[in-house]
Ligand binder design. Structure first.
Ligand code: JQ2
Length: 732
């Protein structure tokens, strides 16, 4: 049978509930409820009822015998009337359609119905003893297979997009196994699924049947074609029959699994040869399948409860590890398994401006950063989730194998940081029970193998969907992180406020102390001097004492001066001007050398670029650096000191280098602290404030300073200052 492709595509719009015909394994009559007159009859009625039945006449003696019961049923609320006509070997089923009564008769095979019940009891007992749902489904297929004699019985489960997955199967080996195979949603189109949700059973005993028309085709009163939605004998869609033939099955039966009112799946039975099962056996199978449905529903509740408990446990562990870690970030990275389990992801990354941490299977860093850039351009709020990144962000197709599904949470607006989870493309995660290409050899236009390919196409670039509990776990984790980050930030803020306060206090204190001490020290020096001049006949020892007093007071005075300078720096405002650094350096070298007569220094002084800053303060910088260079080269027979400068990118850089005693780089960070010395105080005089002062001046100019040194080889101090055009900072 040839059908153009468009027919295949039109599958979902085929009105399968009004085919105008039935299958030939029974006969159908449509009765008018008022008088039980026949409105329509299937063309094969005589084959089952022994007499010709015509529209407008009566339904024949066999049916007429049951009319009182049918009337009674019709007056009741019962949806279906069902009876057995034992002497004729027929079963009779009646239901309502539109405003008429539809009676269907079938031959009932001699099934000893008494043997079904003990087996059903056995089945329900087994079901009750099983804890694993998969086991129960398999037990169900086995039961249906034994009871019906179909060659293969399987459980076909729908996913949320209505794709199918064979999750359990039993068979006698006459037909190939389809266990674990996948089928696209289009294999059971929407209108068929809707129908199967209201009528649970359908049977096709022989795929090559000739449909039997219902006559007349239109209802004599309404003119409508009879709605066969709840019929047992409905003639099925020719496309589906073609599919069955191509898959090598001559007979099928399927029973809907309804879980909480929704079509969860089907128990689907196939035979290589035509195969008929009686109404009684079908009913028993329906009972079994509905028991499975209840089992599935209970399992669903239990799983939801267990998974929310488990998710809660994971969240608690993550929270603990985030608060215990030095930072939330390191804490999370310390619990990679929990981090992934929180949303059942294959990989995760934490991206901040400077930090990048990853666990599990993730795209390359530059791809992750591309995702972040893409996310930044969107306005998703706190969380973004997709099961198909490739269809939203085309560049992501390149790494769909690891990142088809993502959940991204934005941790902070201020300092862009993200936590992103990844899921692989679903095709990667499918476990094969068998090779789909080996299943059936014959070619067919619609065929399980083609179906598998179609499914694969359909789920390209798709990951398993994120569930609502997983997304809410992600949201919760975000709130937890934000909470921790905020708390840390508050702690930091309060610490730094505290620091600022105590710094201010210290400044005020040292200012007042040094200010008040300045005069007394001057007095000590002055009076010691006076005393020495006055008492010219002092003995040498007393003279020496006086000298020591005046030296000590002088040193103390210098310290006080330096301290005062240092503490004033915090308050004084800086007046920026163009400063001729060449002039400053020449002056400073001259004044330093005045106090170092006899020293031989080999000076090398560059032509220096002008600076933008406070000349008095910058003079202090030069003075301290050059004075240090001269001081620490003292042990050298020939001191070499160079002063260099350059201008680049709106930053001026200056350096003083010497070949003096140097220092150990391990301690370079201490160099600029107040009262930090890297040399013994006895060897080199000084207050211990000079470099702290230098750094403070440079930093108040928005500049920076670094020191390089090597023990006994020399040192180099380099400072950078922004030029007037630079608003920002300068880094040495
Ligand atoms: O046989 C039945 O019980 C009818 C229900 C039905 C099934 C049974 C379940 N079943 C399976 O166990 C497997 C795995 C081996 C498959 C693929 C499968 C499919 C399946 N389709 C069913 C029904 C239909 N499929 C119907 C409605 C039939 C009716 O009740 O009148 C239609 C219209 C289709 C249509 C298609 N089937 C296709 O494979 C394709 C490509 C189409 C649409 C073009």
């Amino acid at each position: 049978m040839y059908q153009p492709q468009s027919d295949l595509e039109a599958c979902a719009s085929e009105p399968i509930h009004i085919p105008g015909a039935i299958q030939p394994h029974g006969a159908l009559l449509v009765l008018r409820p008022d008088d039980m007159a026949v409105l329509q009859a299937s063309a094969n009625a005589k084959d089952y009822l022994g007499e010709a039945i015509v529209a407008g006449g009566m339904p024949g003696s066999m049916i007429e015998a049951f009319l009182p019961e049918i009337r009674k049923w019709h007056a009741s609320e019962e949806p279906v009337f069902q009876t057995h006509i034992a002497d004729r070997g027929l079963s009779l089923v009646a239901h309502r359609s539109d405003s008429s009564i539809v009676v269907e008769v079938e031959r009932s095979t001699a099934e000893p119905s008494g043997s079904i019940f003990p087996r059903l009891r056995g089945f329900t007992q087994t079901l009750a003893s099983q804890s694993d749902l998969g086991d129960s489904l398999t037990t169900g297929t086995r039961f249906v297979q034994r009871l019906t004699g179909f060659d293969r019985v399987l459980v076909y489960r729908f996913d949320k997009d209505w794709n199918g997955h064979v999750v359990a199967e039993d068979g006698n080996g006459n037909l190939p196994s389809y266990l674990d195979l996948r089928f696209p949603a289009s294999d059971i189109p929407a209108q068929a699924r809707a129908l199967y949700a209201s009528n649970r059973i359908r049977l096709i005993p022989d795929v090559s049947y000739a449909p039997v028309p219902i006559e007349p085709a239109a209802h004599p009163q309404t003119g409508a074609v009879l709605d066969l939605s709840h019929s047992q004998l409905r003639s099925v869609s020719p496309v589906h029959l073609e599919y069955m033939r191509n898959m090598g099955t001559a007979a099928s039966m399927s029973i809907s699994i309804l879980v909480n009112g929704r079509l969860w799946g089907l128990v689907s039975c196939h035979s290589a040869k035509p195969h008929l099962v009686s109404v009684a056996v079908r009913d028993a199978c329906d009972f079994v399948v509905q028991s499975l449905a209840m089992r599935i529903s209970a399992q669903g509740y239990a799983e939801d409860a267990a998974s929310s408990v488990e998710l809660g446990r994971i969240s608690a562990r993550l929270l603990a590890s985030m608060t215990e870690g030095p930072t939330w970030l390191e804490g999370l990275a310390d619990s990679p398994d929990d981090l992934l389990a929180q949303v059942a992801a294959g990989g995760a990354v934490i991206v901040a401006e400077d930090d990048y941490l990853s666990v599990g299977a993730v795209p390359q860093e530059k791809q992750v950063r591309a995702i972040v850039d893409w996310l930044k351009g969107r306005d998703d709020g706190e969380i973004y989730a997709t099961a198909s990144l490739g269809s939203e962000m085309p560049e992501a197709i390149a790494f769909a194998h690891v990142a088809s599904g993502i959940v991204a949470i934005r941790i902070s607006e201020l300092h862009p940081s993200w936590l992103i989870w990844f899921r692989p493309e679903v095709i990667r995660t499918v476990q094969w029970g068998g090779d789909p290409h080996k299943i059936v050899q014959e070619e067919g236009r619609i065929h399980p193998r083609n179906s598998f390919d179609a499914w694969r196409e359909q789920v390209r670039l798709q990951a398993l969907a994120w569930t609502e509990p997983q997304l809410s776990a992600a949201r919760d984790l975000r709130s937890a992180i934000v909470g921790i980050v905020l708390r840390k930030a508050e702690e930091l803020a309060s610490v730094s406020a505290e620091l600022q306060r105590s710094n201010k206090e210290l400044e005020a204190f040292s200012y007042s102390v040094s200010h008040d001490l300045r005069a007394p020290f001057r007095h000590i020096v002055g009076f010691a001097q006076l005393l020495r001049e006055r008492e010219s006949n002092l003995d040498p020892k007393s003279k020496h004492y006086l000298q020591t007093i005046s030296d000590s007071a002088l040193a103390a005075g210098r310290l006080v001066d330096d301290l005062l300078n240092f503490s004033q720096l915090g308050r004084a405002s800086i007046t920026h001007k163009n400063v001729d650094m060449n002039k400053l350096v020449v002056e400073v070298v001259r004044s330093v050398m005045l106090g170092n007569e006899g020293r031989i220094v080999d000076w090398s002084i560059d032509k220096l670029p002008a600076a933008w800053g406070d000349a008095t303060l910058l003079r202090q910088v030069w003075f301290n650096l050059i004075d240090n260079a001269v001081k620490y080269t003292r042990p050298r027979e020939k001191a070499e000191i160079s002063v260099i400068g350059s201008l680049s990118n709106d930053v001026t850089v200056y350096a003083v280098k010497d070949n003096g005693v140097g220092f150990d780089m391990t301690y370079s960070n201490k160099l600029f602290g107040v009262f930090q010395r890297l040399q013994r105080a006895e060897d080199f005089e000084g207050t211990g404030i000079g470099l702290a002062l230098v750094r403070r001046i440079v930093e108040r100019h928005n500049g920076s300073i670094t020191a390089m040194g090597e023990l006994n080889k020399g040192s180099s101090f380099e400072f950078a200052l922004p030029t007037p055009r630079t608003k920002g900072r300068a880094f040495a």
